[in-house]
Design a binder for this molecule. Structure first.
Ligand SMILES: Cc1ncc(COP(=O)(O)O)c(C=O)c1O
Length: 470
């Protein structure tokens, strides 16, 4: 006896799910991008499901899909100019279906040599495109896990005694450096790995919102003088708020001079290494000891696919290797990818890398490059249109993030403009503080966005500003 549906019902259910996804892609342009969140109504609608007895799969899928479509900020919409949440590519969606269907267990190589080698190939290829020598690494749930992995590697590299003795084996507090404009998962990472949030030295950004190297140099000197133990410099290539790239070569020099691990958080902008035109914007990324790149951001695959790339593959083993009798034996041999549970934070793991593999195998690096360059060109058009409309462009980046402000207006005005655009249903943009200064942020992230969508956003921002100006 099996709990599963009979073959006809299985087929009907999966086809229905695929039809729903395709139907959504066909009509998403006509849907409200940001439906209101009404918790009471939402919870009431969940009463339609009978978790005690179960129900007919067609009605369950239909109700679930309806809830998702009507109660989600539609990052799949062509005028979602929001955070780095992409419209997933069909190839990535197909890969997620295959992954769910075959359910390869990526803890050990011997259980899923196909998926393990696929992931190893993608990691190696991404590492090579990034310019890292002998690249190794792993797929993660996202950028936060990749960054946490980088901290673990950096600690291992600089203070091997921590592996067994813990942080108290050190003569002082281990501290690391990132700009105040970096992604603040660093604080969570420091908290949960026992370093403590104060160990993250948030170096003020300079006037262009980049890591201030003079300040960084001074901070390292002060920490050393106070008996602290600096171990890591983080540079961000494509900050979350403003899309600016920290001075990578100079930060690499400084890390080297002080004997510190150099990590580049390129969670979304790292995709640019796939384009010969855009790669130069990340010059210096090849100097990194480790790099974070998310496939579920600008590489447009469904959520749950980050990457940690490193030139020090051996350290992954040093940190994560555990021997147990109950894990199936390792396959060994020259150039054979090893058991992922010995090189990653996770144990049992989904084949997160399959979605990037399939998307690359379908579109190729060249197809991706054309899309990324197109996104940048659209953002350039948007920037120019907004400038002509009299907005001050508040960030300086060649990447597709456009932050605008009215310097004489305060936070309330900028929040109101962003909220008004969202409420109109025309587009989705966000409010942001750039080194404390308010701005409205628009990012071209959807492969569905067109020149007309960008023009519609510019017009909507014009309207929202006019409504709020005396
Ligand atoms: C620069 C940067 N690093 C890290 C992250 C965290 O990535 P994730 O949300 O995939 O964990 C983000 C998320 O936006 C980011 O922009």
């Amino acid at each position: 006896m099996s709990i599963d549906l009979d073959p006809d019902a299985q087929s009907a259910l999966l086809h229905q799910a695929v039809e729903v996804v395709l139907g959504h892609a066909r009509h998403v342009r006509d849907l409200p991008i940001a439906p209101a969140d009404d918790p009471a109504a939402l919870r009431a609608s969940l009463h339609a499901f009978d978790l005690e007895h179960g129900a007919d799969p067609a009605s369950v899928v239909s109700l679930t899909a309806g809830l998702l479509e009507s109660c989600t900020v539609l990052t799949t919409h062509p005028r979602y100019f929001g955070l780095f949440n992409p419209s997933p590519l069909t190839a990535g969606i197909a890969a997620d279906i295959l992954t769910a269907g075959f359910n390869p267990q990526l803890a050990v190589r011997s259980h899923a040599p196909g998926a393990v080698e696929i992931e190893a190939l993608v990691i190696r290829t991404m590492g090579e495109w990034t310019g890292l020598p002998s690249p190794a690494g792993s797929f993660t749930t996202g950028g936060a896990e990749a960054n946490a992995t980088a901290v673990a590697l950096a600690l291992q590299a600089r203070f091997p005694e921590v592996a067994t003795g813990g942080l108290r084996a050190l003569p002082g507090r281990p501290v690391f450096y990132a700009s105040s404009e970096s992604h603040l998962a660093w604080l969570k990472i420091a908290h949960q790995c026992g370093l403590g949030r104060d160990s993250v030295r948030l170096v003020p950004a300079d006037a262009s919102l980049r890591l201030d190297l003079d300040d960084l140099r001074g901070q390292i000197a002060r920490d050393r003088a106070a008996g602290e133990c600096p171990f890591l410099v983080v540079a961000t290539a494509g900050t979350t708020s403003a899309g600016v790239v920290d001075p990578l070569p100079e930060a690499a020099d400084l890390a080297e001079e002080h004997g510190l691990w150099f990590h580049v958080d390129a969670a979304w902008a790292g995709a640019a290494v796939l384009s010969d035109v855009l790669r130069p914007h990340l010059a210096g990324i090849d100097r990194a000891d480790s790099v974070t790149v998310d496939a579920h951001k600008w590489l447009s695959v469904p959520m749950g696919a980050g990457m940690l790339l490193t030139r020090h593959g051996g350290l992954l083993h040093d940190v994560f290797d555990v021997a147990t009798s109950y894990m199936p034996a390792t396959s060994t041999g020259a150039n054979v990818a090893t058991d992922p549970y010995t090189t990653t934070m996770q144990w049992s793991r989904r084949a997160a890398g399959l979605k990037l593999f399939l998307a690359l195998a379908v579109h190729g690096r060249r197809g991706y490059a054309r899309q990324l360059e197109h996104d940048v060109a659209l953002a350039d058009d948007l920037r120019e249109a907004l400038r002509q409309d009299g907005w001050h462009v508040a960030n300086d980046t060649p990447l597709p993030v456009v932050c605008i402000s009215e310097p004489e207006h305060d936070e309330t005005f900028h929040r109101a403009v962003a909220e008004s655009v969202i409420a109109s249903g025309v587009a989705w943009v966000s409010f942001v503080l750039l080194a404390g200064r308010p701005a409205v942020r628009a990012c071209v992230i959807s492969h569905r966005s067109t020149a007309d969508d960008v023009a519609a956003l510019a017009a909507e921002l014009r309207r929202a500003r006019a409504d709020r100006s005396p």
